[in-house]
Write a protein that binds this ligand. Structure first.
Ligand SMILES: O=c1ccn([C@H]2C[C@H](O)[C@@H](COP(=O)(O)OP(=O)(O)OP(=O)(O)O)O2)c(=O)[nH]1
Ligand SMILES: [Mg+2]
Length: 148
């Protein structure tokens, strides 16, 4: 029975994408790799593809957090601070739930993120809703799909 986890999106089915793993027994974060080489110029913001989608239970979220080593070792930051991967993003009609890491190059040189390089970490967590919240509607995509 599927409870929560990651799957490779169909566009990357034959690209040897590794499913995220935790690096130690008690690590919270699943290390998520870039699915293709990406070069960011100084100051550039780019959506780095992971080739992955994530499924989870109702009331759960997958947070994307930066890796603490990124700013110092790579000169990159997760520019939206924390990625919020909604459960209804999975298999959405516009992009299958493809997860991207939105990174900014804060260095003064080009930065190459290679396929297979761990770029962010994902943590599954429960979330709470407010009294009287009866949000409806299906998610059709990401990155502004619900409007301004
Ligand atoms: O770092 C991120 C952040 C979001 N997403 C995807 C998954 C998420 O479910 C969807 C929407 O994210 P969010 O709600 O943060 O963006 P928004 O600007 O509010 O867009 P929308 O109107 O689509 O909700 O975009 C990513 O792939 N990476
Ligand atoms: Mg949103």
């Amino acid at each position: 029975m599927k409870i929560r986890g990651f799957e490779v999106i169909s566009a990357f089915a034959d690209k040897n994408i590794n499913l995220p793993e935790r690096s130690t027994e008690h690590s919270a974060g699943y290390d998520i790799e870039a699915s293709e080489n990406t070069v960011l110029k100084p100051g550039e913001i780019k959506l780095i593809p992971t080739g992955l989608k994530a499924y989870m239970q109702a009331g759960e979220v997958l947070y994307l957090f930066d890796r603490s080593s990124n700013p110092r070792k790579k000169g990159l930051v997760l520019i939206n601070s924390v990625g919020v991967i909604d459960g209804d993003y999975y298999n959405n009609p516009s992009n299958e739930g493809a997860i991207f890491a939105q990174m900014k190059n804060i260095s003064d040189e080009d930065v190459l993120v290679e396929k297979g390089e761990r770029v962010v970490q994902g943590v599954f967590m429960p979330f709470l809703v407010a009294d009287g919240d009866n949000a409806q509607g299906e998610r059709t995509g990401g990155f502004g799909s619900t409007g301004k």
